[in-house]
Design a protein around this ligand. Structure first.
Ligand code: CP
Ligand code: NVA
Length: 307
């Protein structure tokens, strides 16, 4: 049976194993060990939105493992517009061995995965960003050690990245404390699922209205843009609505000693985070960005059933 990674829930029972594998593979790669698990294989990377990290990390990662990665820009396939999602899935399945898809609409990602005969990996859609979450929990593990019982604070929009982090935190036994302004709540169905899993795993998943409440007891403070790709038309309104949600040194001081700062990037310095925090010694944002590649290599190996 071919596997997909559309949601963190698709790897619910093996998230910890994938993080461990990613850390092992990172070490192997740093030691110069060759891994050519995808020699002769091809990965199609379909992008409907811009990207730095996802594009470069998937392309370099797959190439390092001996394969060929093909970048398809927003102007090329136009999934569901130039031709149907079904036809794209069937044609792609004849050419390549795996698809990474960054889309506006998660329904297209799910439909592509349903009809493709090859694995489909979600490279960000309007509901989730699972590869980001795996890299993030990998980074937290490297820096903070065992994650069970630790607390992750999210400050900002109730968006795709929060959804994946909330699910992942619950699965790994981390407490999640999200601060989100009124009107920007995360998806109720996903958050209910996260809460249920958290209860099973003896941790909490809560949403607050003030950053101060969310960072109480936090070991990690996480931020993302207030204006996700596709939300640009709401920029002025959002800048007003997110006032007070900036992560600055004063807010960092209210968290636990040793609290680290994370951001999926791209960051909008001076909006959701100050330069002072981004460039501080507790900021792990570039280690986090690097880990996208190691995490995705482990994800691809795992989804392909190779390790
Ligand atoms: N964090 C992230 O996915 O970055 P890109 O949008 O640059 O891929
Ligand atoms: N929430 C952001 C994440 C970017 C990596 C967006 O969807 O644009």
């Amino acid at each position: 049976m071919k596997r997909n990674l559309l949601s963190v829930l698709d790897i619910r029972d093996e998230l910890g194993d994938i993080i461990d594998l990613a850390i092992i593979m990172k070490g192997e790669s740093k030691d110069g060990m060759e891994n050519i698990a995808f020699r002769g294989k091809s990965l199609a990377m379909i992008f409907e939105k811009p990207s730095l990290r996802t594009r470069v990390s998937f392309e370099v990662g797959f190439t390092q493992m001996g394969g060929t990665a093909i970048y398809l820009s927003p102007n090329e396939i136009q999934v569901g517009k130039r031709e149907s999602v079904y036809d794209v899935a069937k044609v792609m399945s004849r050419f390549v061995d795996m698809i990474m898809y960054r889309a506006f609409d998660h329904r297209n990602v799910h439909e592509l995965a349903k009809h493709a005969d090859i694995p489909v990996i979600n490279g960000l859609d309007d509901m989730e960003h699972p590869c980001q979450a795996v890299a993030d929990f990998m980074t937290m593990t490297e820096v903070k050690g065992k994650l069970k019982g630790k607390t992750l604070a999210w400050i900002g929009d109730g968006n795709n990245v929060l959804h994946s982090l909330a699910l992942g935190a619950a699965i790994l036994g981390m407490n999640l404390r999200a601060a989100v302004p009124d009107g920007y709540d995360p998806d109720a169905v996903i958050m209910k699922k996260a809460k249920d899993i958290a209860e099973e795993n003896g941790c909490t998943s809560e949403v607050f209205r003030t950053p101060e409440e969310a960072v109480t007891g936090a070991d990690v403070i996480y931020s993302d843009t207030w204006i996700s790709m596709g939300d640009e038309g709401e920029k002025e309104q959002r800048l007003r609505d997110f006032e007070g949600y900036q992560i600055n040194s004063d807010l960092m001081k209210k968290a636990n000693d040793g609290c680290i700062f994370m951001h999926c990037l791209p960051a909008h310095r001076g909006e959701e985070v100050t330069d002072e925090v981004m460039d501080s010694s507790v900021s792990v944002v570039f280690q986090e960005a690097e880990n996208r590649m190691h995490a995705q290599k482990a994800i691809m190996i795992r989804i392909a059933g190779l390790r």
